[in-house]
Design a protein around this ligand. Sequence first.
Ligand code: SDX
Length: 392
Amino acid sequence: QTGKFTYDPGFTSTASCESGLTYIDGGEGVLLHRGYPIGQLAENASFMEVAYLLLNNELPTAEEFEQFRWTITRHTMVHEQLATFFRGFRRDAHPMAVMCGAVGAMSAFYHDSTDITDPQQRMIASHRLIAKMPTLAAMAYKYTIGQPFLYPDNELSYTGNFLRMTFGVPAEHYEVDPVVEKALDRIFILHADHEQNASTSTVRLAGSSGANPFACIAAGIACLWGPAHGGANEAALNMLREIGTPERIPEYIARAKNKDDPFRLMGFGHRVYKNYDPRATVMQQTVREVFKAMNVKDPVFDVALKLEEIALNDDYFVEKKLFPNVDFYSGVVLSAIGFPTSMFTALFALARTVGWVAQWNEMISDPAQKIGRPRQLYTGPTQRDYVPIDKR
Ligand code: SDX
C-alpha cells in the first residue's frame, strides 16, 4: 500500500523529489526499502533480491529471481579494451579514482545502452552497471597489487563471484567461504540505497540533464568518495587504528568536541539519523559473526566498542544526537575479510550502484521530470559599474 509518509527531519529543507524506494525516519532510526525494514532484509534476503526489490517495487518470486540472476550474470564481463584502459593508470592509483574513470569510460564502450529515451536501453544499461561493478572493483584491486585480472565465474553467486575475482589467482582453485560470502552480501544490502544522500542526489541531478547512465553513476562515485560521505568507512578504520588502545580514546573524544579542532569522530553522526543508524546495529553483529567464523581477533574492534560506549555516555554526543553510522564498524569487518582500507569505499560504490540505478530509473521514467536546478540565496554585492584598471 503506498502511503504518504511525512516527518520533520529537524532541519528546514525543500523536498528535492518524490521517491518510493527508501523511507528513513531519522528520529526513530527507521530504514525501509519499499516498505521492508532493513533488519529483515539483511537477515533474510540476498543482495540480488534487494536489487530486484529496489528496481521493481516488489520482492521477486523464485521464477522472477532466477530470470533476474541469469540476466545479471550475462553482463558480468567487461569489454577487453576496457581492461586495456585500466592499464593506463599508475599502480598506486586509489581504487576510487580508477572506478570513477572506468565507469565513466563505459559510455565509450556500450553505445547501445546510452539512449535514455529508450526503455530497453535503460534496462540494459541498468543491468550492465549492476553486473559489471564487482568485475571493475575486483580489477581495480588486482591492478594495484600487480596480479592478473580474473574473468567472472557465472556459476557463483553475485557476491561469491566478486570474492573470487578479488582474492582468487589463476594458478589455484578459489573456494568461496560461505560465512564470508553471506557477511559480505549482507554488507552490500546495508549499503544498497539510502534515500536522497549526497551521491544519490548527484546521480539524479546528472541524470536530470539527460546524461547517459554510465556518466551519472561515475558522478555518484566521485561524490561518494568524500570522507564526509562514503569515504568515512576508510577514514573510520584509519582513526580506530590511530587510536590503537582504549586508553587513548578520551584524547580523541576531547578533540572531536573541540570546536577549534577540525577532527571529527569518523563513522559517527549523520545528516538524518538523530538516533542509532539501524545499519550500524547489523554491521556490529556481522563483525562478531565474521570474527568468530574466521577466528579473528583484532584489537581495533575493542577500541570501536569502547569508543561507542564512551561517546554514547558523553553529554556532547548525547545533546547533539550523534550515534555510530553505517561506516563506523564496516571497515573492521571488511579488513577482517581481507580488503585493504583503500578498497572500502569502492565496495560501498559497488553496493550503492543498485540504489543509484534504481533511483535514476525512477527519475528518468517520470514523464514530468525536468532538469534539476538547485536555487541559491544571493549574498554578493548589489549591482555596480565597471571601473577601468587604471582607476582602481
Ligand atoms: C554516510 O546521507 C546519507 O544517507 C549518507 C549515508 C548513506 O548511506 O548514503 O548514510 C552514508 O555518508 C554516513 C556519514 C559518514 N560520515 C562520517 O561518519 C563522517 C563523520 N561525520 C560527520 O562528518 C558528520 O556527522 C556528518 C557529515 C555525517 C553530518 O554532519 P552535520 O550535518 O554537521 O551533522 P549534524 O548537523 O548532526 O551536527 C550536529 C553537531 C555539529 O556541531 P555544531 O555545529 O552543532 O556545534 O555535531 C557536530 C557538528 O559539527 N558533529 C560532530 C560529528 N558529527 C557532527 N562532532 C564530532 N564528531 C562527529 N562525527
